[in-house]
Structure formats: C-alpha cells, structure tokens
Design a protein around this ligand. Structure first.
Ligand code: HAM
Length: 425
C-alpha cells in the first residue's frame, strides 16, 4: 500500500469543516481590517530564502526541500529551487517585483501550504499550512509606525477571540535595529567566548557566524549558559526603545494583554524591533500557535527599495488542533434526508431536493432501491433530524410524510410548506 509521506497528512471530513470555518472567519476579519489576498508561488529560487530568512537559521541550514532544476536549453544554467518554508520572503519579492510601493501601504494576507524538513510530531509537520499577513510599504505611508504593530496584534487578539480560542497568551519583545544588533552581537560574542567550548556543535558555529541564533538552541545542557547571556533589551537605542514603548502603550489602551520576554528573538534573521509569539495552553510542546514581527530591512536585503513592514503567520494546523474541542459547534449536519420509495421515485426526489436546497437547506438524497428500513438507518448515520418520504401516494396527493427522528413524530406536510417546516426545527 502506498501511504502519505511521513510528516504530510490527509485532511479529512469532518475536520475539513473546521478548516473551512477557520478560513472563512479569517477572511472576514482580515476584510474588516482592509487586508487583501496575495498568492505567491509554492516554489521559489533557493537564494530568496537564503538571503531573506538567513543562511544560519535552522530553516535554511537544515529544513528546506531544495532541488536542482535542470535548465531546458543548453545555454540555460541549472537553478536551485526550494519549496517555500515560509511566505514573508515571497511576499516581499512580489512587492519588489511588481513595484507595490506605488500603492503606498500594502496590507496583504495569504493562506497556504509551507514546507520544512522537521522531525514530525503532533503539531509539527513537513507540509503545514500558514495563515499570514504582511503590512509593508514606504515609510512615508506609515509602514514604520508603532500603530501598525499594535494594529496587527490587536487584529490577532480579535481573530483568536472570534474563533473561540480563549486560552492564548502573547509574548512580546523588541529585537532592535541594525545599530543595536551590531553592539549586541559583539556583546554576545564576548560573553560566549569563555563558555562556547562547553556548548553543542551548532552553537559553536553560531557563536562565530551569527551569535543571535544561539537562542534557537534546544539542547537542554546549553540552556543554563544561554540563560546567562546578555539580553537585547539592554542594547536598544533611543528610537527602538521609544517605538517599543508606543506599541505597548497602544496595546494597553485597546486592552490586549501581553507579557514581555526579552529571550524571544524568533528563528528567522529578518526581524527588527517588534517580535512576538502567541502560545496556546492546550498544544503541549509545539505550543506556538503563531509568530511574527517587524522586518524593516528585508526589502533592501533582497535588492528592493526601503520598505518597512510587519507581519505574522499562524500555524493553521495548530490553530485547528486548539479548536478541536469546540468542533461540534461549527459542523453543519444535513437538515433532511429524502427517502424515495419505489420505482420512478428517484426523479421526484431529485426535484424536491433541488427545491429544498434553493431554500438553503442541506439535503442528503437517498435511493429508490433502498427499503424504507435501510433509508432510516442511513439517515440516522448521516445525523439528520428529518426524513422525508417520497412515494407514489405522496407525489399524487402533493403532501409528504416528514418524520422527526428525534421525537419519532410523523406528519404529512404539503409541498409548499416543507422548507418552512424543516427550517423551523
Ligand atoms: P514561524 O514562526 O517560522 O514564522 O512560523 C509561524 C507559525 O507557523 C509557527 O508559530 C507555527 O504555528 C507554524 N509552524 C511553523 N513550522 C511548523 C511545522 N513544521 N508544522 C506546523 N506548524 C508550523 C514565519 O514563518 C514568519 N514568516 C512569520 C512572519 C510573517 N513574520 C513576519 N511576517
């Protein structure tokens, strides 16, 4: 038997109804904040992620699905391509390629699959789905303002509440700007020098190439050392500190609760200033339901114009896991099962089903070859409340036997009143 590849999975009903519920709510909420959808390709040039996300990140150094694509003509060079591990780099590439700066502030969102070669476990997959948004544009359009950071965070609080997710918490930090980073990296290097030989191999390399990435280390023995390293909060310059204070002040004024965590640096290199994660209690080890932050220099590092931006991505798989407890509420079971009774009744039943569906009822249609007993058994498996019998007598009289499976009551209802009766419940 051929099975789905480890780390990928099929999404089956009834779970897909939850996914649809999430995506519908997301589109409504994003719409209310005036975000518009963008769709970028699922694979891109490897260089985009190497330059955008950063060579030394776990994502780029260990987790990308990359292959060499043969050039078609002899003169064409082979190209390294990668299944996107995240969507921010792709959005910023599109921003540059299509001159989106001309539109001023761009508020874009996406929903789609991403790919990372991680060790699969509950809540962590090799193909997973993200719901993300990016606010990006020239500084003159207000893209740098702390008001944008706060608006994005407030949107997320609203969205999680609308979805019925209560048990979330927001961890917030500022990772500073290029100025701060240089001084901070220097301090980290110094602090790491005497202890780095006791750390894991990855950290020994990171200490030289990109010391900030030491914070991504998951090796338990390294944690006491990392705990004692200097924190970025001590290195923020005046501008970054003020920016961060303003973000916090707006959040307080709109009533979005948060906790400060100056160890939070996020696993992607492009972040500047505000960085954040939302976690959820019920998720266990993989409890980061979403993450994001500001990336004011990303466009330039991809060869584009200055375009400050801020965004986030929600792990949709994890969001759905967190929602699963309240799944019942969003599943819509069919309203009525139509049981055609006897030869020639499929035709009549189909007409009646068409009529009822026009009234926005969910109708499951049976089969004239089924005995009545089998129709009732099928109907209760489907979970409907009503069974509607379509036999020769009913068709002749224009009045139909409607049985309520919950109460056992059966009544005869004229055709014109059927939809109303079923809707009334
Ligand atoms: P990220 O933190 O790498 O950020 O991913 C965002 C979210 O995607 C995570 O919090 C998690 O819920 C989900 N996720 C990541 N990896 C997996 C996986 N293997 N299986 C299931 N879910 C996963 C980004 O991707 C940034 N592009 C976010 C961003 C947008 N920053 C600014 N704009």
């Amino acid at each position: 038997m051929i099975k789905a590849i480890r780390g990928t999975r099929d999404l089956l009903p009834p779970d897909t109804a939850l996914w649809n519920f999430v995506e519908k709510t997301v589109r409504e909420v994003f719409g209310a904040y005036n975000f518009q959808e963008i769709r970028t390709p699922i694979f891109e040039a490897t260089e985009l992620f190497a330059r955008g996300v950063g060579e030394e990140t776990d994502i780029v150094s260990k987790e990308m699905f990359t292959w060499e694509d043969r050039g078609r003509a002899q003169s064409e060079k082979n190209q390294l391509l990668t299944l996107r591990p995240e969507n921010t780099a792709g959005v910023v590439r599109a921003y540059i390629e299509h001159n989106l700066q001309q539109r001023g502030l761009n508020k874009l969102y996406y929903i789609g699959p991403q790919f990372r070669r991680e060790r699969p476990q509950k809540g962590r997959y090799r193909q997973f789905y993200q719901i993300g948004a990016e606010v990006i544009g020239p500084a003159s359009a207000g893209s740098e303002s702390p008001a944008r950071d706060a608006e994005v965070l407030e949107l997320l609080a609203t969205l999680l509440d609308r979805l019925g997710i209560r048990d979330w918490s927001l961890r917030l930090n500022s990772v500073g700007c290029a100025n701060d980073r240089a001084a901070y990296n220097e301090a980290l290097r110094k602090a790491l020098e005497p202890v780095v030989s006791e750390m894991c191999e990855d950290c020994q390399r990171r200490a030289v190439t990109n010391p900030l990435r030491v914070f991504d280390c998951k090796v338990p023995e390294d944690q006491p050392i990392i705990e004692k390293l200097p924190r970025i909060s001590q290195f923020l310059d005046e501008g970054c500190r003020k920016h961060f204070e303003q973000v916090q002040a707006i959040l307080k004024s709109v009533g979005v609760p948060f906790t400060l965590d100056d160890r939070l640096v996020r696993g992607l290199d492009y972040y500047t200033r505000t960085a954040f994660e939302f976690t959820h209690g019920a998720l266990g080890a993989q409890n980061a339901i979403l993450g994001g932050g500001r990336y004011d220099g990303l466009s330039e590092s991809l060869g584009g114009p200055s375009a400050p931006g801020i965004g986030f991505a929600i792990g949709e798989d994890r969001l759905v896991l967190a929602l699963q407890e309240s799944a019942e509420a969003v599943l819509r079971t069919p309203d009525v099962y139509i049981a055609p009774l006897g030869a020639g009744m499929d035709r009549e039943a189909a007409r009646l089903a068409r009529e009822l569906r026009h009234h926005d009822l969910v109708v499951e249609l049976g089969d004239e070859n089924f005995r009545l007993k089998k129709s009732f058994e099928t109907a209760s498996k489907v979970g409907v409340r009503y069974v509607l019998i379509v036999g020769e007598n009913e068709v002749k009289s224009g009045s139909y036997a409607l049985k309520n499976l919950e109460t056992g009551e059966q009544v005869s209802v004229p055709r014109a009143e059927l939809a109303g009766k079923i809707q009334a419940k």
